[in-house]
Design a protein around this ligand. Structure first.
Ligand SMILES: *Cc1c(COP(=O)(O)O)cnc(C)c1O
Length: 354
């Protein structure tokens, strides 16, 4: 009798590498925000915890309605997911037949090739430019009649670079209507360049654009897993069809609502990160590093084969950063003190290797 075995192709599935958590070390590896839960959010979670013997609302109706109101879109166009990474996977499951193609930049968010393969679709990776930006012209040229989805991560993880309005609009206009453009805006709240557009605007006028957002980054709920999509209505319906029932838990729903109530306070925290981002980038440039302009809560050091040695050097100083071997290192902006420790380590590395 043959024994049970997993799908043969899973052997080649890339692994999602989470930022490491090391006791006593400072973690600048997962693009989390440093501030803990606000008292109002912690209280909402504590109150909801009394009801966890009950299943959550599988439709996340209250949260959907609140987001629809805040974003001024019909509730039918909003879908909630167990983190926006789940919505990435749901999107491919909802749109692609086996063997159809999904285009994204490389490097971009490391979950894209994983969720694509898990959903039996095919990844088409388009190299980023020398300037570490998504190459929209090359992504456009990669579209075939097999293409169903294009992910545009804006700002891009891990490079931090952002696509401006004129360039994005030219791209959207040129993409054929049978291709769904997914604007992944996980870092939207950190964007300060007024030329970087709000993707939700395009969902009002285009039938093939959707936006993904998350509560994990600016809203500080990475541990609870909740994100959302604003999509054309048929796509939003399909996202709900492939949703794993009850996967957005009750505490996540309640915390997301409480965080929207506290948005002013949470977004003010993001401005502190933005100020630190500028300071950290300037200091790195001064120390001789190449650092593309970033609109997210992290900086990218395209160090090539020095990426892993740099990360090891940082780890020796109890700083966990995120290397992508052969390409570069992504460093999350932390508190001022954390950033100073990181900068000291970076200066030391550059003087040692200079
Ligand atoms: C962090 C991140 C997400 C999603 O995170 P969730 O925690 O799953 O909501 C999505 N896209 C990008 C580009 C990210 O960096």
């Amino acid at each position: 009798m043959p024994s049970v075995s997993p799908r043969a192709d899973l052997e080649s599935l890339p692994k999602y590498v989470p930022g490491r958590t090391i006791e006593g070390a400072i973690k600048l590896a997962s693009n989390e925000v440093p501030g803990g839960a606000l008292p109002s959010v912690a209280q909402a979670i504590a109150e909801a915890a009394a009801g966890i013997n009950r299943y959550p609302d599988t439709g996340s109706q209250a949260l959907r309605e609140r987001l629809a109101r805040d974003l001024d879109v019909p509730v039918e166009r909003v879908a909630i997911g167990c983190g926006s990474v789940s919505l990435c996977q749901q999107t491919i499951q909802a749109v692609c037949a086996p063997g159809e193609e999904v285009i994204f930049g490389w490097r971009s968010f490391e979950a894209y090739p994983i969720v694509t393969q898990v959903a039996n679709a095919v990844s088409v990776k388009v190299p980023i430019t020398e300037g570490q930006e998504l190459d929209l012209d090359a992504m456009l040229a990669a579209i075939t009649d097999q293409t169903r989805v294009v992910f545009v991560c804006n700002p891009n993880n891990p490079t931090g670079t952002a696509i401006r309005r004129a360039e994005l609009e030219r791209f959207i206009d040129a993409v054929p209507e049978h291709v769904l453009i997914v604007l992944d805006e996980a870092y939207k709240e950190f964007v300060t360049d007024p030329e970087v557009p709000d993707g939700v605007e395009y969902t009002r006028t285009r039938s093939n654009v959707m936006v993904l957002r998350t509560f994990s980054k600016a809203y500080g709920l990475a541990g609870l897993r909740v994100g959302y999509a604003v999509a054309p209505e048929p796509i939003a319906d399909a996202l709900r069809q492939v949703y794993v029932a009850f996967s957005v838990n009750m505490l996540a729903q309640v915390a997301a609502l409480a965080s929207l109530d506290a948005a002013d306070e949470l977004l003010a925290r993001c401005q502190e990160i933005v100020a630190e981002r500028g300071r950290v980038r300037d200091a790195l440039l001064e120390a001789g590093y190449r650092v593309p302009e970033t609109q997210a809560n992290f900086v990218w050091l395209p160090l090539g084969d020095q990426a892993v040695p740099f990360a090891e050097h940082a780890l020796d100083r109890k700083l966990v950063v995120r290397p992508f071997a052969g390409d570069g290192v992504r460093v999350t902006i932390g508190t001022r003190e954390e950033n100073d420790l990181f900068l000291a380590a970076a200066r030391e590395f550059s003087s040692r290797t200079a």
